[in-house]
Design a protein around this ligand. Structure first.
Ligand code: ADP
Length: 302
């Protein structure tokens, strides 16, 4: 098969591993810089141009679209879809998952366990917003944040009020969330491929920090997850319409809670922590699913 990887940098671990796994299985793999693709949209003839040539003959496309290029990246991916190329994750599912609030709304409708989360616009509503999520301590999250940046733990109601007011004053979109203290600064990353959790790791925040992001100094280790955690992660990915997803869970004293569903989960942390060849599993899924004009995922409407 001829496989495209949409990625800005061929040197990134995840990109390199997908190339290796694809070539090891006998496929022709091309890394394509998302931002160098340009498109023409004439009637019945969708095309992608790349460094002066048209891209042709691809059977599948693996999107590795960074949060900062979501708009352009999903437009390029959609163009591949218009050309009938099978996407590992569909553009609409990526767009859906990039909006933290929209994701929570879709998951909540389907009864997936979530930390109680609130969203508001007017400063007058702050006191009730705080009460709605159970009061302080609580977590305030910038909707645009990634890698733990813009995630704040407010220990008291006073602190929560000031921080929320400040964010609102800057016109930043935020959500307010119940703090899951019993998670103990740890979360579980479940890597889902083709409807199944194929690898899981625990990420533990460094001393004195509640955010377990590896970029924030967290450390990863192997973990055995419960059947309930496994089912919750697989379900969350399905609801979002993602074939490949990183589902982040918090262990609460009332079961697993989904914190986030990531549509371009990194391979480095999970492969190193588990020793599993996740890249090869993604290639296997492509071999099984890729057919012209088949996207494979439908997901939730919305
Ligand atoms: P990002 O998408 O920027 O990584 P997250 O929402 O995943 O932001 O939050 C970053 C980290 O903060 C999580 O990995 C988790 O360890 C911690 N965290 C986030 N929300 C909560 C919460 N409601 N309760 C406890 N810890 C949380």
């Amino acid at each position: 098969m001829k496989i495209a990887i949409l990625s800005r940098n061929p040197k990134l671990y995840s990109t390199r591993r997908m190339v290796e796994a694809g070539e090891a299985a006998g496929h022709e793999v091309h890394v394509i810089d998302t931002l160098r693709c340009y498109m023409s949209m004439a009637s019945n003839k969708p095309e992608i141009h790349y460094r002066g040539k048209t891209l042709e003959g691809f059977d599948a496309v693996i999107p590795r679209i960074g949060a900062s290029v979501t708009f352009y990246g999903t437009a390029v991916l959609r163009q591949f879809e218009m050309m009938g190329v099978y996407p590992v994750n569909e553009s609409v599912a990526i767009t859906r998952s990039r909006d933290k609030l929209r994701s929570m709304q879709l998951l909540s409708r389907k009864g997936v366990g979530l930390p109680v989360t609130g969203f508001a616009n007017a400063p007058d509503d702050i006191p009730d917003l705080i009460s709605m999520v159970g009061g302080a301590p609580l977590v305030i999250k910038l909707l645009q944040g990634t890698q733990g940046i813009g995630v704040v733990l407010a220990e008291t109601r006073k602190a929560a009020e000031s921080v929320i007011e400040a964010f609102m004053g800057l016109n930043a979109d935020i959500m307010v969330q119940e703090y899951i203290k019993e998670a103990g600064g740890a979360d579980i990353r479940c890597f889902v491929v083709d409807g199944k959790v194929v690898a899981a790791m625990k990420r533990q925040a460094k001393e004195g920090e509640f955010r377990s992001n590896l970029h924030r100094g967290g450390s990863a280790s192997l973990i055995r997850i419960t059947p309930e955690e496994r089912a919750t992660a697989a379900r969350a990915a399905r609801i979002m319409g993602l074939n490949v997803a990183g589902v982040d869970l918090l262990r609460s004293n009332h079961g697993p809670l989904v914190m986030e569903v990531n549509s371009s989960p990194g391979l480095e942390g999970i492969e190193n922590a588990t020793g599993k060849d996740v890249a090869a599993m993604i290639i296997k899924m492509i071999e099984k699913q890729a057919k012209p004009n088949r996207t494979g995922t439908k997901g939730a409407r919305g």
